[in-house]
Write a new protein. Structure first.
Length: 248
């Protein structure tokens, strides 16, 4: 499915007055898009509750290892949690094809020019899923550390990845994304040594921005840290089931 886009940067103008009014108009348009998104995210949350789904929104910069994590999570969970996936990219269905290898049902959203998923796109995608027996819905967002932070999709848990190849200061440079996380994943931990990953500095930066988030250090490649991450998901699903009898 393809989503419609909108421009976020101000159009160039020669007159300063016209520039200001164009900028004001664009801020108003953006605010109304965000308000509309909040309303749709609430509707999504109601839908997810009614279907007893634990929903994750997985976010990170491009190439941090979201798809690898989702694929290995589905494999490691086995039949403990039946999982479906919605994955967003600007173009291609490469990620959906990789994820379907697990046997899970996967819907690919191609956003075209839009650098994030919106609640409305998720609402349309979820209608295509067969949700009977599904307990976990994983949404892999478009790779981007900026825009997706502003768009609630109706998820239960925001999961933000920082790979050891990116630099320990990324949380300080992109605070909104990391501040909004309920779970933080330090990915590609198998490459820590070769990348001279400074664990103490990364952990301090993550703790500064998201002091209450759960942190997992793992490798989708070697499987290190995957059992702890999967236990966490099973535990979160049980908490949801205790609150909501539909989520069995
Ligand atoms: N060594 C190592 N490589 C990894 C790991 N996880 C992912 N990769 C590699 O990193 C590259 C990017 O991984 P993806 O899973 O496609 O990353 P992504 O975040 O989904 O990328 P986008 O969807 O394009 O934003 C691939 O070459 C993966 O094989 C890991 O744990 N260890
Ligand atoms: Mg991906």
């Amino acid at each position: 499915m393809r989503a419609s886009g909108f421009k976020e940067s101000p159009a160039p103008s020669s007159a300063p007055g016209a520039e200001r009014s164009e900028l004001k108009r664009q801020v108003e348009v953006h605010r109304s898009i965000l308000d509309k998104n909040i309303r749709q995210a609430e509707r999504n949350r109601g839908f997810f509750r009614a279907h007893g789904l634990l929903v994750l929104n997985i976010l990170s910069s491009p190439g941090s290892g979201k798809t690898a994590l989702v694929r290995e999570t589905i494999r490691a969970l086995g039949n403990r949690l039946k999982t479906a996936v919605i994955v967003g990219d600007l173009e291609t269905d490469n990620d959906a094809r990789r994820l379907r290898e697990t046997g899970a049902e996967v819907i690919q959203i191609t956003t075209g020019t839009v650098c994030h998923l919106e609640a409305e796109m998720v609402a349309r995608a979820v209608k295509q899923l067969h949700l009977e027996g599904v307990q976990l819905l994983i949404i892999e967002n478009v790779g981007n550390l900026v825009c997706p932070a502003s768009y609630d999709l109706g998820e239960d848990l925001r999961v933000v990845l920082l790979s050891v190849t990116e630099g320990e200061d990324k949380p300080l440079k992109y605070p909104p994304m990391f501040q909004s996380a309920r779970a933080l994943i330090v990915s590609k931990i198998d490459l820590a040594e070769v990348c001279e990953y400074d664990r103490a500095s990364a952990r301090a930066n993550l703790a500064r921005l998201a002091p209450t988030a759960s942190v997992f250090e793992l490798s989708a490649k070697t499987g290190r840290g995957m059992p702890e991450w999967c236990e966490y998901l099973v535990g979160e699903q049980k908490k949801l089931a205790a609150r909501d009898p539909l989520a069995t």
